[in-house]
Design a protein around this ligand. Structure first.
Ligand code: GLY
Length: 441
């Protein structure tokens, strides 16, 4: 919890400035509420609203946090009287010393604990809470205030970076276990179980459903299945961990001795390219420029491998790398795996669109100290995207025999999480899982 007090003080400063510039007098943050599947009494797994989690690691629904200029933040802890589910008592965690805390068993009890507020605004997923809190419907999720809060989340405090690093240490151990399971011949389900076992976590605790793809399934960017009884020669594993609500997001691609050496060379080349892209992270760098550099690196690899039969320049000019790298180079990371404000133009809002031909680029920001971004170039054989080229004007620019030989290997992605520092970047994840692409068998 290093730096937690300074983190809360920074939140207070930032919120006071945001309230003042948007004409509000107080902020009420709602942790969120439980939701059931349609016509069912089973709950969708609960996730705390990120704006609430930005202040406190307290988990669970219905808590309220009230922030007023010049006052200590007031946490209204929801503690239902309930024998169906266990609601752990708050106890005395170290973080709690930074708040005034009251407790209530229901929304009504919590609402009765809210002090008189002037020009308050509610931020949270349930607008119907405004009435019980005595707020007008217009005082919910004001876009101008939300834009400022979203923007502020781009700049991580020391405490937040520490949480991402702690998540990365756990995820690194789990990635090592998954690699060993793959080398031992495990199927997708068992590799995923090895990951969770080393993480000592459950699926619900992952920041996003882990991607565990053997061979051709690596060409589905968000592959979700857990096949049983299938051994692979390539593993693409994209899986993270959370710590106090903060995510890490790591992808590795491993190969066995059975993999085609030409595919292995591509994977090793992409790994080198990814390290070079990480080394380019620095304040003042346009993320879109890094994305273009990733396409150039993929063009280099495809030309060198003899897959593209034109020059690197021609490949870029004719957009031939796009079917092989159809996602963005990365995204901001924090309380959400795809953190907010990746395309936000300014603290007041607005959006900076991605470059033409690159609609999936999630980050169009200029990098600034305190941002954490993923750097995740990929190179895939996705028939749906390649098929139009087979009969198009560029069909002779591609060695289709080589594509067909390598396509059963699926794809490659290498991903780390990088903090932008005052004079460069610091890779928060590479050291936790840095092993040769070839892992034997
Ligand atoms: N690593 C999963 C994703 O970024 O969607």
């Amino acid at each position: 919890m290093n730096g937690y007090g300074a983190h809360v003080a920074e939140r207070q400063r930032r919120v006071e400035a945001a309230l003042s510039s948007t004409g509000h007098g107080a902020l009420v943050l709602h942790a969120g509420h439980e939701v059931c599947y349609f016509r069912d009494d089973q709950h969708v797994p609960f996730r705390t609203s990120a704006h609430f989690a930005h202040w406190t690691p307290l988990s669970g629904p219905e808590h309220l946090l009230i922030v007023r200029p010049g006052e200590r933040p007031l946490l209204l802890h929801h503690a239902p009287r309930d024998y169906w589910y266990e609601h752990a008592p708050l106890g005395a965690p170290a973080w709690a010393e930074h708040f005034d805390i009251r407790e209530g068993a229901s929304r009504a009890e919590l609402a009765a604990l809210v002090p008189p507020l002037t020009r308050a605004v509610l931020v949270g997923p349930d607008p119907s809470l405004a009435g019980p809190l005595g707020l007008p419907p217009a005082a919910v999720n004001d876009p101008g205030l939300l834009a400022r809060l979203d923007w502020d989340r781009s700049f991580k405090t020391e405490y937040e970076v520490g949480r991402i690093e702690a998540a990365a240490r756990r995820a690194g151990r789990a990635h090592h276990a998954a690699r060993a399971a793959f080398a031992g011949g495990a199927d997708e389900l068992r590799i995923h179980q090895a990951y969770l076992g080393a993480l000592e976590g459950t699926d619900d605790e992952l920041p996003y459903p882990g991607i565990v793809a053997l061979d051709e399934k690596g060409a589905f960017l968000h592959y979700r299945a857990r096949r049983r009884g299938v051994r692979g020669r390539v593993l693409l594993i994209d899986s993270g961990a959370t710590e106090a609500g903060y995510a890490c997001d790591i992808t590795r691609t491993w190969t066995t001795d059975d993999a085609d050496p030409r595919f292995v060379a591509l994977a090793e080349g992409l790994d080198r390219a990814q390290r070079a892209l990480v080394a380019m992270v620095a304040p003042g760098v346009e993320f879109a420029e890094l994305h273009h550099a990733a396409h150039r690196a993929v063009a280099d690899l495809l030309v060198e491998a003899g897959i593209l039969l034109v020059s690197v320049e021609a490949a870029i000019d004719r957009g031939l790398t796009r079917p092989f790298l159809p996602h963005g180079l990365g995204h901001l990371l924090g309380l959400q795996v795809h953190d907010v404000a990746g395309r936000q133009g300014a603290s007041q809002g607005g959006e900076v669109a991605p470059p033409d031909g690159h609609p999936h680029l999630r980050t169009t920001r200029t990098l600034e100290p305190g941002m954490v971004t993923t750097i995740e170039p990929g190179l895939y054989f996705i028939e749906m995207l390649l098929a139009p080229l087979r009969s198009g004007p560029d069909r002779d620019a591609i060695d289709w025999g080589l594509i067909d030989a390598l396509a059963p290997h699926g794809g490659i992605r290498i991903e780390d999480d990088v903090l932008v520092t005052t004079d460069g970047g610091r890779d928060l994840t590479r050291h936790t899982i840095d092993a040769p692409i070839r892992c034997g068998r």
